[in-house]
Design a protein around this ligand. Structure first.
Ligand SMILES: Cc1ncc(COP(=O)(O)O)c(C=O)c1O
Length: 393
């Protein structure tokens, strides 16, 4: 073998059968081969297990999928390159021309965009209601056949709580599939409800460090089988190196989530008693309008605390800029704390009435509480509120 050939066919290193790596290896590899055409064809016909092409499957991403399915309490999972990719591919794969989708004002903006602007181009209609409007949901489902009910809980950014038992029951009675974007609640919550499909952004709590993107769709085997071919064709597969980083992040998921929730609870209480804060949105607070429902549905309330400042837009922007430990950035659920200023989260597609229902005000600031020392975070929040007060005096 000449050297140009050798570098393309390097020596194989086989692991002895009784010798295993403790951490799972990264199969940073697009192509997998079988020994002959007959076995390749058996695989392509679905008659034997194996791997062939990364866009459809890879051992590293598969390990992550199996882990996530087990965490969420379902049979199977498909991963995607981003959370929005998981949302978009699920919506595209589960709908067809003439279908109707029920969605909500209190939904992550890009999800609303996909349903309202993108699916409508392919003849998929939608209705948009408030997640709190259970009788409206019942009326909408009774009024026309509906393919999907797509919702979140807690919602982004003001942590409204969806009544999951009621919504999934109504969906089932009216023959619709329920899809829950469970990104805020995490993988260990809501599994006991009759949700047909869970969607997650892995960019948030799963990776934890916020340096990698990914998405997941978790459901019973029969639904994942239905989605798998379309997902392969749509092409938004997760890269195996990202899958490895997310799998590594999951090792600390439970301790991170618990610690972040505990700090978030303390911070929510502190902010609720501050004179510059008109309202705190945190489902763990007894004064949250749906606290009882949250306490029934969730073991932990998440790390997102949103506040409405009395000073409105200018105060919200100044508060966000004055924070030193909170990065003025998108995303959530990572180990470093993050802040979104009100100027950064306007729902441009919503009417005045829909904006009122969304409960996002001109002074709403979203905080994602990280893993920094709690005292440091408290001191930073208080100094930023002092800065707002000094400026307004
Ligand atoms: C509820 C929710 N779903 C989906 C996404 C999209 O995830 P990604 O940023 O990984 O595309 C986000 C991102 O913020 C989100 O908050």
């Amino acid at each position: 073998m000449k050297k140009p050939t050798l570098v393309n066919h390097p020596p194989k290193v086989e692991m002895p059968p009784d010798n295993h790596p403790v951490g799972a290896p990264i199969y940073q590899n697009v192509k997998f081969e079988f020994d002959d055409v007959a076995q390749t064809m058996r695989f392509l016909r679905g008659e034997r297990p194996g791997f062939f092409y990364q866009r459809n499957s890879n051992p590293t991403t598969r390990q992550l999928e199996l882990t996530l399915a087990a965490l969420q309490g379902r049979d199977d999972c498909l991963t995607t390159s981003t959370g929005v990719g998981a949302v978009a591919q699920t919506l595209l794969a589960l709908t067809k021309q003439g279908d109707h989708v029920l969605c909500f004002i209190e939904t992550y903006n890009p999800t609303r965009y996909i349903i309202r602007r993108l699916l409508s181009r392919f003849g998929v209609a939608h209705s948009m209601l408030s997640i709190e409007d259970l009788s409206g949901i019942e009326r909408a489902l009774a009024a026309q056949p509906t393919r999907l009910v797509f919702f979140e809980s807690p919602t982004n950014p003001v942590t409204k709580i969806a009544d999951i038992a009621a919504i999934t029951h109504l969906a089932q009675v009216h023959g619709a599939l329920s899809v829950l974007d469970n990104t805020f609640a995490g993988f260990h919550q809501h599994g006991e409800y009759d949700v047909d499909v869970f969607v997650h952004s892995l960019t948030k709590y799963a990776s934890g460090t916020g340096d990698v993107m990914g998405g997941a769709v978790i459901a019973r085997a029969e639904l994942i089988r239905l989605l798998r071919t379309d997902f392969g064709a749509l092409g938004g597969a997760l890269d195996p190196h990202s899958a490895f980083l997310i799998q590594r992040g999951l090792k600390t998921y439970f301790v991170r989530y618990a610690a972040q929730c505990s700090s978030a609870m303390r911070i929510a209480r502190l902010l609720a008693s501050h004179p510059l804060v008109a309202r705190v949105h945190y489902p763990g607070l007894p004064e949250h309008p749906q606290h009882a429902l949250a306490a029934r549905q969730m073991r932990e309330f998440g790390s997102i605390v949103s506040v409405d400042l009395t000073g409105g837009l200018a105060a919200g922007g100044h508060f966000a800029e004055s924070l030193e430990l909170f990065a003025l950035s998108a995303s959530l659920g990572s180990t470093e704390s993050l802040v979104v200023a009100p100027q950064m989260m306007v729902g441009r597609d919503l009417t005045t009435e829909q904006l009122r229902i969304s409960a996002v005000t001109e002074g709403t600031v979203r905080l994602s509480i990280g893993l920094e020392d709690e005292e440091d975070l408290v001191a930073d929040l208080l100094q930023a509120l002092d800065a707002v007060r000094t400026r307004s005096d």
